[in-house]
Design a protein around this ligand. Structure first.
Ligand SMILES: *[C@@H]1O[C@H](CO)[C@@H](O)[C@H](O)[C@H]1NC(C)=O
Ligand SMILES: *[C@@H]1O[C@H](CO)[C@@H](O)[C@H](O)[C@H]1NC(C)=O
Ligand SMILES: *[C@@H]1O[C@H](CO)[C@@H](O)[C@H](O)[C@H]1NC(C)=O
Ligand SMILES: *[C@@H]1O[C@H](CO)[C@@H](O)[C@H](O)[C@H]1NC(C)=O
Ligand SMILES: *[C@@H]1O[C@H](CO)[C@@H](O)[C@H](O)[C@H]1NC(C)=O
Length: 622
C-alpha cells in the first residue's frame, strides 16, 4: 500500500507538473479493486471486480490475477490471465481448465475474477495486474485485496413437508423453516418462502415466485408480483421469526386462506449476508429447502348444499314447517364465514324471494316474503345445519324452498363489502298445502229504486256464496271505476279496474280508502255485504264491482286465506239531477210562471224529458 501510494503520488505530481508547464494531456494508469478484507464462505462463489483507468493504447486491456497465500512467504501464485492460457500455476490449472476459476469480462477495461466454489486454501491476498500498454510507466499497474475464507455454517431445516395431498381453497397453510448461522464474523441471515407455481400445462418448476421474506435487517417484505403484496396488506399472509431450540431460529409463514393460484411446489431459502468494507451488503451463502407440493382444490368441488327433507312436503294448513339446510364439505368452511339464505318461489313460479337469512355473525333477518306473518325462526345447528321453521303453515307459505350458502373462504368475519368466494344453492323442496275444496261466487246488486238522485244514499250489495266444509269468513273489497267525462271508455281487456274504495276483512275490520263522499261497509246477513255512499255526488258515478276472498280456520283455530276468490260483474251507478234543480228549468225557458203550468212541466220532465236525457246519455256511452 505504501509503495502504491507513493507511486500514485509521484504520478499525480508528474501530471500536475505536466499540466502546469506543458498543457499537454498526461494520464496515469490506475487499477482498482474493492476495498478489503472480503469475507466469503467456503463452498460458495467469489466474484472480484477489477478495473483499470488512465491507460494508453488498446481499449481492450489484459488482466492477470495472482494469489499471495498467507503461508507461501509472499510467493505469488498465478491464478488466471486473460492473455495467457499457460499462466495458471499448478494449484489452479485444473480449476481454470474446467472453468470453475475464470475471468469474466464486463468491458474492455473491466473484468472480474470468479471462483465458483471457494476452497479454504483460496484465502489470501488477490492481486489484479494489468500488463502495460502505455508509452511510459506511469501510475499503478496492479491492486490487491485480502479475501478471508470462512467456514460454511449456514443451516436450514424444515419441520413439515407438503405431501401433495389436495387441500381445499380457503384452508390455512402454515410452513416452518429453522435456520441458523454460527460465524465469528458478523453476518446477517435472511429467510424467504417461495414457490414455483404450476403453469397451465400443469408442470411445475416455472413461474418462480417469492411469497414473503424476513430480510437481513429483519424486515418482513411480501414478494413482488402476484397477489402477495395485496394479501399481505390484508393480513392474509404473515411471517414471523421465533427463537427455537438448539440455537436455530424458527421462521413461520402463514397463508390464512389458500387460493387456487397457490398450487405449486414450495421452498424456503436462507441467505447469509456480510457488510463489505465498501458499504455494500453481499450475499455470501445461501441454501434452499424444498417443502413439497401443494395442490389447492376449488371449494366448489367439495362444498355441497342440500335440504332436509328434499323433494316434496305436503302439509295440513296450520301444521308447522321445518326445513334444514345441510352444508357439507371437506371442512374448510369450518374456518370460513357463511351466509345462509332461505328463498321461496311461489307455486306459480316467478322469482325467488328471500324468506330469512343468517349473516356470518349469526344475526337472523327476515326478508320481504309476504308469508312471514305467521312467525317462525331460523337457527344454526351442529355440523353445518341451518333450519328454517314456521310455527303454523298456510297456503301463502306454499312454494319451492331453496337454501343459498355463500362461503367466505378462510375469513371468519368478512368485511361487508368483501365478495363471497362461492355461493351455492340447494335443489328446491316443494312445499304444498292440502287445501279444502272451496267454491265461491260473488254477485253485485244495485237494489232497484225508481231514481238515484244526487244527494241521496247509494246502496250496493255484494252477495257472496261459498260452498265448502268447516267455518268460513269472507273478505270483501269494493272497487269503483269512473267513466271518462267525454264519453270515451277504455274497454281494452285488462284495462284499469279502477280504484279500491273499501275493504271489509274476514274478521270484520273495515278500511275506507276513498276520500270523497262518506262511505260505510257492513255485513247485513250471512253472505250479503253492503256498501253505502252517503250524499252521493257526481264523482261517485261509475262502474262498481266487488271481490271476495275466502278464509277458513286451521285446526288450531287460526284463520288463513284459502286462496279461493271471486270477482263480481260491474254495475253502473248514474245519478240524476235533483228535483229542486229541475224546478228552475221553466224559469230558464221563459214560460209563464203559473203554478199549474209548473206542475205540468214537472210531470213532463220527470216522465219524458228525463227518459230522453237518459237514453241520450246511454247512447253517448256506446
Ligand atoms: C472501478 O472499481 C472501483 C471499485 O470497485 C469503483 O469504485 C469504480 O467506480 C470503478 N470504476 C469504473 C470506471 O467502473
Ligand atoms: C412435486 O411435483 C413435481 C412435479 O409433479 C415432482 O417432480 C416432485 O417430485 C414433487 N415433489 C414432491 C416433494 O412431491
Ligand atoms: C370443525 O371445527 C371443530 C372445532 O372447531 C372440529 O371439532 C371439527 O372436527 C371441524 N370439522 C371439520 C369437518 O373439520
Ligand atoms: C242479496 O242478498 C240480499 C239479502 O240477503 C237479498 O235480499 C237479495 O235478494 C240478494 N240478491 C241476490 C241477487 O241474490
Ligand atoms: C284523495 O285525495 C287526493 C288529493 O286530495 C287524491 O290525489 C287521491 O287520488 C284521492 N284518493 C282517492 C281514493 O280518491
Amino acid at each position: 500500500m505504501g509503495i502504491l501510494g507513493s507511486e500514485m503520488a509521484r504520478c499525480w505530481m508528474i501530471v500536475l507538473i505536466a499540466l502546469f508547464w506543458e498543457f499537454q494531456s498526461v494520464v496515469c494508469r490506475e487499477v482498482t479493486l474493492p476495498p478489503g478484507p472480503l469475507y466469503r464462505v467456503a463452498g460458495f462463489s467469489l466474484s472480484l471486480p477489477c478495473n483499470v483507468s488512465g491507460y494508453q493504447g488498446s481499449r481492450i486491456q489484459d488482466f492477470e490475477w495472482f494469489l499471495h497465500r498467507e503461508d507461501a512467504e509472499g510467493r505469488q501464485i498465478g491464478v488466471v490471465s486473460t492473455r495467457d492460457r499457460g499462466f495458471p500455476y499448478a494449484p489452479f490449472q485444473g480449476r481454470v481448465n474446467s472453468g470453475e476459476v475464470r475471468v469474466e469480462r464486463d468491458s474492455g477495461d473491466k473484468a472480474r475474477l470468479v471462483i465458483q466454489r471457494l476452497l479454504p486454501e483460496d484465502q489470501g491476498r488477490y492481486e489484479c495486474y494489468t500488463p502495460s500498454t502505455d508509452a511510459q510507466y506511469q501510475g499503478s499497474y496492479s491492486a490487491s485485496v485480502d479475501v478471508k475464507v470462512i467456514t460454511d455454517t449456514l443451516l436450514i431445516t424444515h419441520t413439515r413437508i407438503l405431501n401433495g395431498q389436495p387441500v381445499i381453497e380457503g384452508t390455512e397453510l402454515q410452513l416452518t423453516c429453522a435456520a441458523a448461522v454460527h460465524s465469528t464474523q458478523h453476518t446477517h441471515l435472511s429467510v424467504t418462502f417461495g414457490m414455483r407455481g404450476s403453469t397451465d400445462s400443469g408442470s411445475l418448476g416455472h413461474n418462480l415466485k417469492e411469497i414473503i421474506s424476513i430480510d437481513r435487517e429483519l424486515r418482513v417484505t411480501p414478494g413482488r408480483g402476484g397477489s402477495y403484496e395485496k394479501r399481505y396488506k390484508n393480513g392474509e399472509i404473515f411471517m414471523e421469526k421465533r427463537s427455537g431450540d438448539d440455537e436455530k431460529d424458527l421462521y413461520i409463514m402463514k397463508i390464512s386462506a389458500l387460493a387456487l393460484e397457490d398450487s405449486g411446489s414450495y421452498f424456503c431459502e436462507a441467505a447469509q449476508w456480510v457488510l463489505d468494507p465498501s458499504g455494500q451488503w453481499e450475499r455470501i451463502a445461501q441454501r434452499t429447502m424444498e417443502l413439497g407440493n401443494l395442490s389447492v382444490q376449488p371449494l366448489a368441488d367439495s362444498l355441497s348444499v342440500s335440504t332436509i327433507p328434499a323433494g316434496e312436503v305436503t302439509l295440513q294448513p296450520g301444521s308447522p314447517l321445518s326445513l334444514t339446510c345441510q352444508v357439507s364439505g371437506v371442512g374448510s368452511w369450518n374456518r370460513s364465514a357463511l351466509l345462509v339464505q332461505w328463498l321461496r318461489r311461489g307455486p306459480a313460479g316467478g322469482v325467488d324471494v328471500e324468506v330469512a337469512r343468517m349473516s356470518p355473525n349469526g344475526i337472523v333477518s327476515w326478508g320481504d316474503d309476504i308469508s312471514s306473518g305467521g312467525g317462525g325462526s331460523m337457527e344454526k345447528g351442529a355440523e353445518g345445519r341451518f333450519s328454517l321453521r314456521r310455527f303454523s303453515t298456510h297456503p301463502v307459505d306454499a312454494g319451492q324452498y331453496r337454501c343459498a350458502v355463500s362461503v367466505y373462504a378462510g375469513k371468519l368475519s368478512p368485511a361487508p363489502s368483501s365478495p363471497a368466494t362461492l355461493t351455492q344453492r340447494s335443489e328446491g323442496v316443494m312445499v304444498s298445502l292440502k287445501t279444502k275444496e272451496v267454491s265461491v261466487l260473488a254477485v253485485i246488486e244495485l237494489p232497484h229504486r225508481p231514481l238515484l238522485k244526487r244527494g241521496s244514499t247509494v246502496t250496493l250489495l255484494c252477495n257472496v256464496s261459498v260452498v265448502t266444509t268447516g267455518p268460513v269468513q269472507v273478505e270483501v273489497q269494493w272497487w269503483q271505476k269512473k267513466r271518462v267525462v267525454d264519453g270515451q271508455v277504455n274497454l281494452a281487456p285488462g284495462a284499469d279496474k279502477g280504484s279500491i274504495l273499501a275493504t271489509l276483512t274476514y274478521d270484520g275490520m273495515s278500511s275506507i280508502y276513498s276520500n270523497g263522499s262518506e262511505i260505510s261497509v257492513d255485513r247485513i246477513s250471512t253472505g250479503s255485504y253492503r256498501l253505502r255512499i252517503f250524499s252521493a255526488h257526481e264523482d261517485d258515478q261509475g262502474d262498481y264491482h266487488c271481490k271476495a276472498e275466502v278464509w277458513t280456520q286451521d285446526p288450531h283455530g287460526g284463520w288463513y286465506n284459502t286462496g279461493a276468490r271471486a270477482e263480481s260483474t260491474m254495475v253502473h251507478v248514474y245519478l240524476y239531477a235533483r228535483v229542486a234543480d229541475l224546478l228552475l228549468i221553466p224559469l230558464v225557458v221563459g214560460v209563464s210562471s203559473a203554478l199549474f203550468v209548473g206542475v205540468v212541466i214537472i210531470a213532463m220532465v220527470t216522465c219524458c224529458f228525463m227518459k230522453r236525457l237518459a237514453s241520450q246519455r246511454s247512447k253517448s256511452r256506446k
